[in-house]
Design a binder for this molecule. Structure first.
Ligand SMILES: Cc1cc2nc3c(=O)[nH]c(=O)nc-3n(C[C@H](O)[C@H](O)[C@H](O)COP(=O)(O)OP(=O)(O)OC[C@H]3O[C@@H](n4cnc5c(N)ncnc54)[C@H](O)[C@@H]3O)c2cc1C
Length: 413
């Protein structure tokens, strides 16, 4: 493919650039970073949500929110390439959309594919504008990589389903209005064939959200408990027991969204190395060891950029995000972890001081990178996907694949 903008794309980029320049949310981003650095689940989380909503609403009113979605669903009807151009120009301000990312990249595309027309019209514009926050209720204490082994049950009762069970690692669950829920609806079938997808109002009776503090002292995750929670059948997405196929759309979109922004840490490291003074008074950028590391990472970051371009051009031909997007996620996450660790070693003790500004940036990146290597599929699972579905190598051994779920031993789980 040709990597330069076409004349139409260049024109579009200029329109985006002008709008971002005229509306740059520097003050909001500053408030967001300060609130994030304060690390508290109450006031801090409320501030992060408030300032994020201001930027998201501003974008929605000007037609820049979820721009590849149809206009009637709150988007702009733009092409995938135009969406990428907007993301590139939005740059660091994109952090202000972080709290909405499950809605934008996971729940939104799933609703667009499987919800009724009335539900799409009611739910999607509120996702695009940031009015409603969504979370993803998939992982459980004994089923993360082995997602199809989940145990939360949904039992049919008239026009409703009654849900009991527990989810964990639910990002933004503590501020979410809705959740995308994968539950077991038939335990007599093999594990992939007895699951159903629903969406759920997080304020429903019987839903209990318990925040978890993570290693970086931040509240991002939650445990979510369901006790006799009733979900109307109208909130089922896809056919009964077909939830695994619905979740594949969701997971591919998730992996594309995680890989697509490609936070490698390389531009940040370059800026830092050009400003960092070493003990002998020289700049880090002039040190041969630093230069050698930088050269390796810049080369790898460029390889990644073109891999993503390839995925984007497939999208623009109307193809669905495929397993090759696993490559972007696996490389970007591990590279940002290496880059952050190296930058911290140059910074010394000051590197761990957090004040919401430049200091602490690499410490934050280091924690975040570790999470990225797990979220949406661990490195090992990504490698399995690449091996089996891109390279055509023999499959992982799955002894319980065709066994009824209720006949699989649960000892040790
Ligand atoms: C930052 C972050 C955000 C998250 N947000 C959400 C969210 O919003 N909603 C949600 O539902 N979940 C979320 N998760 C959970 C995430 O999806 C799971 O943590 C992930 O799928 C791994 O599952 P697990 O933690 O149970 O680890 P396990 O599956 O128990 O894996 C443990 C180890 O075994 C390895 N392993 C497992 N199976 C295989 C295999 N077949 N071959 C080779 N190695 C294997 C894994 O790679 C890993 O190293 C989030 C996680 C993180 C870190």
């Amino acid at each position: 493919m040709d990597f330069d903008d076409t004349p139409q794309e260049a024109e579009f980029r200029q329109v985006v650039r002008d709008w971002i320049l005229a509306n740059a949310p520097d003050d909001l981003l500053q408030q967001f970073c300060e609130a994030e650095a304060a690390r508290d689940a109450g006031e801090g989380a409320a501030t992060m949500l408030r300032v994020s909503r201001i930027w998201q609403r501003r974008k929605a009113e000007a037609g820049w929110a979820c721009l590849a979605w149809p206009v009637e669903f709150g988007g702009r009807g733009a092409t995938p390439i135009q969406r990428v151009i907007f993301d590139q120009e939005e740059g660091a301000y994109g952090r202000l959309s972080w709290l909405f990312r499950v809605g934008h990249h996971i729940a939104g595309p799933t609703l667009a594919a499987f919800a009724s027309d009335a539900q799409r019209r009611a739910l999607l514009p509120a996702i695009a504008s940031g009015e409603k926050v969504w979370c993803q209720l998939f992982s459980e204490p004994a089923s993360g990589s082995d997602l199809a082994g989940l145990r939360t049950r949904a039992v049919r009762d008239g026009e409703d389903w009654v849900v009991n069970g527990q989810k964990i690692w639910t990002t933004v669950g503590h501020i979410a209005d809705y959740g995308l829920l994968l539950a077991r609806t038939d335990a007599t079938r093999p594990k992939h064939k007895g699951l159903t997808m629903f969406f759920i109002d997080m304020k429903s009776e019987g839903v209990e959200v318990r925040p978890i503090k993570d290693a970086s002292d931040t509240y991002e995750f939650n445990e979510v408990y369901f006790t006799d929670v009733r979900i109307p059948d109208a909130q089922r997405l896809g056919e009964i027991n077909e939830g695994w196929n619905v979740s594949l759309t969701t997971l591919m979109n998730e992996r594309l969204s995680i890989g697509a922004r490609l936070m490698t840490g390389v531009p940040e490291l370059l800026d830092f190395a050009m400003a960092c003074e070493m003990e002998d008074g020289t700049l880090a950028i002039d040190d041969p060891q630093v230069r050698s590391k930088l050269a390796t990472w810049v080369t790898r970051a460029n390889g990644l950029k073109y891999t993503v371009y390839r995925a984007v051009s497939a999208l623009s031909r109307g193809e669905r995000p495929g397993p090759e997007n696993a490559i972007g996620k696996i490389v970007a996450a591990s590279m940002s972890q290496e880059v952050a660790a190296f930058a911290l070693s140059l910074q010394g003790p000051m590197g761990v001081v957090t004040d919401g500004g430049a200091t602490g940036k690499f410490a934050h990146m280091l924690f975040e990178a570790a999470g990225k290597r797990i979220a949406g599929g661990t490195d090992e699972i990504m490698r399995n996907i690449i091996a089996e579905r891109v390279l055509g190598l023999p499959g992982d051994i799955r002894v319980d694949r065709d066994v009824p779920f209720n006949a699989i031993s649960s000892r040790g789980r």
